[in-house]
Design a protein around this ligand. Sequence first.
Ligand SMILES: O=C(O)c1[nH]c(=O)[nH]c(=O)c1I
Length: 308
Amino acid sequence: LNFTSTLGGQTFNSPFLNASGIHCQTAEELADLEGVKELGGIVTKSATLEARAGNDKPRYYDLAYGSINSMGLPNSGYNFYLDYVQKEHAKPTILSVAGLSVADVIKLLKEVQASDYQGLTELNLSCPNVIGEPQTAYDFETTRKVLTEVFSFFTKPLGVKLPPYFDLVHFDQIAAVLNDFPLTHVNTINSVGNGLVVDVEKEQVVTKPKGGFGGLGGAMVLPTALANVRALRQRLNPSIAILGTGGVTTGADVFAHILCGAQLVSVGTQVIKEGLGVYARLEKELSDIMEAKGYTSLEDFRGKLQVM
Ligand SMILES: O=C(O)c1[nH]c(=O)[nH]c(=O)c1I
């Protein structure tokens, strides 16, 4: 089966990625990802100018149907991740970056531009858990302003990580912004922001930051993730690839993401539930589905979801 694709000048031998934030914050976690042969690429935890401890714990809670997190952007600082991605790796890397202000984003990306790093960078415009900070990509004007400033100097492969949208007009509006920029990709979705999980027995929230509000992931967000992949595939220039993230627990979910237009597919919550062995299971399940349908390559069905 042909699982190979190229993005931003890099060759991905498999459609699988880790979702930024999951098992990719420390040197040990990143080394673990290197050892997962079914992973096509490695995505770093979103990096900020300064290292961050993140929000108070408990800040992650596992549910039967998914997860809620209010991590608060804990990371070792961009120097650590920029050094990491400039080392030799058997797989392509995607350096995820985030800023607490537009100025931080610009400063960070100028450092990436000035570095020898030739791989992909992904600007996270959708973290829902930094207390007092908005999810930038819900503000279309600010998103346009940021991208205009970034592309006035940034010439390396760049994608953006988007929050989920829930209104067809909003798909039109964000696509109208993104189509004006030479992006390599869009990664959709980030967690569904500011959900709330209640422990009825304790009559209490389950995470400490923000009164228990946090980003939702896992099985429960799959329909939202598929809708965002499909809607953006239908609206974005073909030159902008879609990385599908959200709700993947089976090979069928991976197939669905690709059928909606995803080039690569990230797995987050399920890695926490099942461990890194999940990728071998997903690859087997995806291969079995493709063989049953007579497909030999992802191109045979990518973006070919039928309507009624
Ligand atoms: O709380 C986090 O660190 C976090 N959590 C998420 O669910 N998405 C994000 O982009 C981030 I930066």
